[in-house]
Write a protein that binds this ligand. Structure first.
Ligand SMILES: [Zn+2]
Length: 329
């Protein structure tokens, strides 16, 4: 019996090592794709060079690594499960796994309107179709999500703290909400400055809304949500990208890239990360022009609203957040 247990533990250990290698491989591939896409957008590439082909090969590779990761994770789960559960897990139906990519991009307006950030939101799957889909994390209650801030832009500790604040703060602010609700009357509403506070108000959803965040700083791509701060200047003027790796509509990992991170003001970086983090939790854009999750946001008023919280509730109850009252404006 003891021997068998240790064999099992050995197998789990081997699988975890394999998982780590695969994860590193996935991160490198993803970074490579991001780099090629930036090159493609900029005009500084040789004329006879077509990055599309290489990107498409890399996307296939990303897809197959992700499949392997899911397979290894399932093996670990099976091995870790109690004996009684074993049989049930083995007969779990084989799921057809589709990987989707969600790309979210930001554009900064010309300097005279610099308080407004325009965003472009694209949802595409690997078959090239455009999806109008919703997605969410599917984790065990109270499991923390590891948020890794990769400070490749060498920005100040103060700005790193600002980013952390946007995620972990429970602070609120009472502001005029007439813009949000398209009302001429002056009305005041409570907004959250950090996602933690907003999520703390949500209970009893079908799926657990990630409500614990373990923020780390590391440069090897580990973590569930990786926020890469880059000095790269995106040719189209985008200031952020979020790519979500999905298994069906379940989020497996999210990559947020902030471009020009060294040149953004505190307010801009906070607003962009607050918006992007919403995407990393699964939120799509709303069509309410006053809302944080609108494709155009104002960096002096970009807090988490009741609308956003309601959208999160819907998402984690498997309802389409696009039907939310946020969108009635
Ligand atoms: Zn967006």
């Amino acid at each position: 019996m003891t021997q068998r247990m240790s064999d099992k533990e050995y197998s789990i250990k081997q699988l975890r090592i394999q998982l780590e290698h695969l994860t590193n491989d996935l991160n490198k591939t993803t970074e490579h794709i991001q780099l090629l896409e930036i090159q493609e957008e900029s005009k500084f590439i040789p004329q006879d060079y077509e990055p599309e082909q290489e990107i498409s090969e890399l996307l296939k590779r990303q897809n197959s690594i992700s499949h392997e990761i899911i397979t290894v994770k399932k093996k670990i789960q099976r091995l870790s499960a109690k004996t009684i559960l074993k049989a049930e897990l083995i007969i779990l139906p084989v799921l057809i796994i589709l990987l989707f990519f969600v790309a979210t991009n930001y554009t900064l307006q010309p300097p005279e309107q610099s308080s407004i950030i325009k965003t472009r939101y694209l949802t595409e799957n690997l078959q090239g179709g455009i999806l109008d889909d919703y997605k969410h994390w599917n984790i065990i209650s109270n499991t923390p999500l590891v948020v890794n801030i990769e400070n490749n832009a060498q920005i100040s500790d103060k700005k790193i703290q600002d980013i952390e604040y946007v995620i972990t703060s429970t602070d609120t602010i009472t502001e005029d909400s007439s813009l949000l609700y398209h009302s001429d009357a002056v009305s005041k509403s409570q907004f959250f400055k950090g996602w933690q506070g907003a999520i703390d108000t949500i209970f009893d959803t079908k799926y657990y809304v990630p409500g614990k965040f373990n923020v780390i700083q590391s440069s090897n791509g580990e973590g569930d949500i990786v926020i890469t701060l880059s000095t790269i200047n995106d040719a189209d003027g985008y200031f952020g990208t979020t790519r979500t790796i999905l298994d069906g509509n379940q989020i497996l990992k999210a990559f947020i890239t902030i471009y020009n991170a060294d040149k953004l003001t505190d307010n801009q970086i906070e607003s962009i990360v607050r918006h992007e983090f919403g995407h990393a939790l699964g939120l799509p854009h709303t069509n309410n022009s006053g809302d944080l999750m609108h494709e155009t946001i104002m960096t002096n008023h970009s807090y988490i609203s009741e609308c956003d919280i309601n959208s999160l509730k819907k998402l984690y109850n498997d309802e389409k957040p696009s039907d939310d009252f946020c969108n009635s404006g």
